[in-house]
Design a protein around this ligand. Sequence first.
Ligand code: CMC
Length: 446
Amino acid sequence: MATTTKTAAAPKAGRNEHTVTLTDNATGKSWTFPVMDGSIGPKVIDVRKLYADTGFFTYDPGFTSTGSCQSALTFIDGDEGVLLHRGYAIEDLAEHSDFMEVCYLLLNGELPNAAQKAKFEHDITYHTMVHEQLQYLYRGFRRDAHPMAVMVGVVGALSAFYHDSTDINDPHQRMVASHRLIAKMPTIAAMAYKYSLGQPFVYPRNDLDYATNFLRMCFAVPCEDYRINPVLSKAMDRIFILHADHEQNASTSTVRLAGSSGANPFACIAAGIASLWGPAHGGANEAVLNMLREIGSKDKVPEYVKRAKSKDSGFRLMGFGHRVYKNYDPRAAVMRKTCHEVLEELGVKDEPLLDLAMELERVALEDDYFVSKKLYPNVDFYSGIILKAMGFPTSMFTVLFALARTVGWVAQWKEMIEDPSQKIGRPRQLYTGPTKRAYVAVAKRK
Ligand code: CMC
């Protein structure tokens, strides 16, 4: 089978005169498919009628060449290392904006004016408490449960608490569910942490900003309040911004797929949390720190780099490589800078894990294997070192990622529900099992 393309595409979003022709070399039959332009980024071949017209499916495990939806939220140019939210560069948002503004931007498409911002912050703040009954759910978990396991359970259980915001066809209820999720996630995450420590839960405080309130819920105790450090609050807020959304990654696609059946929004976000947990995705931040601890000292770096290059070892450099970025992950650059700021603020003169991480980055980026495969540090490479310095245990790292990514999941879910072309997600397959055969009674089986 061969494909040919005709005429240049017009630089506007949507379908244009550009087409792609598919020829089946076995039969000589040809079919023509429309091409669609995004506002930027690669064009897509519209194959929605492929099966109906040709009888073929596409085969794309891991969706490396598949656009699963139209989205106006986030753009990534992986070759150039560019990440835009609604057109704004991540570096600008991390430097000049704050997480509440980024949440508003992702949900509503524009940065808020002062009045809109104040109202949004108020709306989020007044949803921060969770139903008192929810604490009994925590008590059903072992204290040593992984906090991501607790998060999957508790966020899924929100479906059983907030019945007045689950009609996904009602825009108001969608908005309330979105606000509840963004507002309650820090409370739920902090409760997971407190439960693991055996300390009392700390209620949210509505006079604090989002990041400071979260830090306080994690680190305050009834006998001693949390002393606010604006540098750490700012760093936490920036970490939230850097994780807010990232296009159609595994967890976001999971949320969209779960939501495409019309499922309860809280349950959909719980599905996203489950997907994020894996070490190839959000679990990498935890895996990076474990890896650095295992490497232990700079002289062992070459040995681990060698192992990462061997296919037989099954070992990869955690925090390195990305499906889309074939250049430095722009979030990793901001994260590295933030890491230095936080360590300086905390007076950490010498953090062996940071020295080790920088040495690992240096050695890997001079190595032909990593250079030729375009494997660069990703967002997870430096985040763990900052979170450790702030006092979070390794097991909480992915929880913080989930907290921050909730706005992205919610905004993508909302965009999907509001898309008139939305259908239930239902991929097909290349079947490789047995063809039809006769049932054999157990006594006659060999
Ligand atoms: N260390 C060593 N080799 C690697 C690594 C790595 N970290 N990442 C990719 N490779 C190699 C891989 O072996 C393959 O080699 P070959 O072509 O010879 O078979 C090649 O690079 C391409 O890798 P791939 O697995 O086909 O690429 P992918 O797009 O399917 O995977 C990835 C992307 C992020 C899962 C992968 O790079 C990885 O496992 N990295 C480590 C885990 C990690 O840091 N994940 C966080 C991702 S960013 C945050 C997030 O999404 O949550």
